[in-house]
Design a binder for this molecule. Structure first.
Ligand code: COA
Length: 270
């Protein structure tokens, strides 16, 4: 029997929808009347959605997006933040961090399709994903300092890694929004596309990834992220171990045999 707290019972699973299309799942945050702002229910449902997809062997990649044309996610819910006490504030931050960390360490590639505002927690959510595609109307920013707080979902940690210290500090300290073109110039997004092509182009990019060996994709993610936290020698040894490990997979045999046979590989993810 699964025990639920009263708070969990009140959770609305329609806030985060999951759909499947072949090997790719799409997770859609749908709280449009508040521009998909992240309240505790959305955070919890987002965590559940990724938990479910983690063990789903059919799924090889995930696209994360926000419902409606206006926003990916316009931030953590300011109504909730405005009422928080210090200890609660730490909890709010830790809960959000833990779900975003689960996305960052997700064993399959996660691509954010950003079709509008990605501000505060929304920007932090986008940069916790492995890749980002933005629509031309997308806007990014870390406006927290204007509210008297700082980014609390990993923004002060991940932004500098992604765009470099000086640019991250400019975004964090000014709190100003940047448009999609500027975000692309900074390396904050991998591409900018017209709004009505966003999901199609996100899928095209994901298809280029999921056609490759799933175990190799998983180990590539592991190696790159391990290197971010490790010294060079440790990171190189870790890479070698993973490289060697892949020789034990059917996927490696299939990939190399298919190359020799001049045909497309059919990977099984084993
Ligand atoms: N938290 C809670 N509610 C939010 C929100 C957030 N982060 N972002 C938007 N909303 C709500 C608005 O309060 C409004 O609700 P209402 O209709 O009940 O008044 C609704 O979403 C629509 O937003 P609105 O401000 O009317 O849209 P807009 O087009 O005029 O402006 C933004 C869009 C994104 C520029 C503006 O909503 C904004 O600045 N949001 C906050 C962004 C932010 O600071 N995020 C970081 C939080 S830490």
């Amino acid at each position: 029997m699964i025990l639920q707290t009263p708070e969990q019972k009140m959770t609305d699973p329609t806030l985060v929808r999951v759909s499947h299309d072949g090997p790719v799942a799409t997770v859609t945050i749908d709280r449009q009347k508040k521009l998909n702002a992240l309240n505790p229910d959305v955070i919890r449902e987002l965590g559940h959605a990724f938990e479910g997809l983690r063990s789903d062997d059919e799924i090889r990649g995930v696209i994360l997006t926000g419902a409606g044309d206006k926003a990916f996610v316009a931030g953590a819910d300011i109504g909730v933040l405005a009422r928080m006490e210090p200890i609660e504030g730490v909890e709010v931050s830790r809960q959000g961090q833990s779900v975003l960390r689960a996305i960052e360490t997700f064993p399959k590639p996660v691509l954010a399709a950003v079709g509008g505002y990605a501000l505060g927690g929304g920007c932090e959510l986008a940069i916790a994903c492995h890749l980002r595609i933005a629509s031309e109307n997308a806007r990014f920013g870390l406006p927290e300092v204007g509210l008297g707080i700082i980014p609390g979902y990993g923004g002060t940690v991940r932004m500098a890694r992604l765009v470099g210290l000086g640019r991250a500090l400019e975004l964090t300290l000014t709190g100003e929004m940047i448009d999609a073109q500027r975000a692309e110039a900074l390396g904050l997004v991998n591409g900018v596309v017209p709004r009505d092509e966003l999901m199609e182009r996100a899928r095209e990019l994901m298809d280029k990834i999921v056609k490759n060996g799933p175990v190799a994709i998983n180990k590539a993610l592991e190696s790159v992220y391990h290197a971010l936290d490790a010294g060079t020698e440790d990171a190189l040894r870790h890479e070698s171990s993973l490289f060697g490990l892949l020789a034990a997979t059917d996927d490696m045999k299939e990939g190399m045999t298919a190359f020799m046979d001049k045909r497309k590989p059919e990977f099984k993810g084993k």
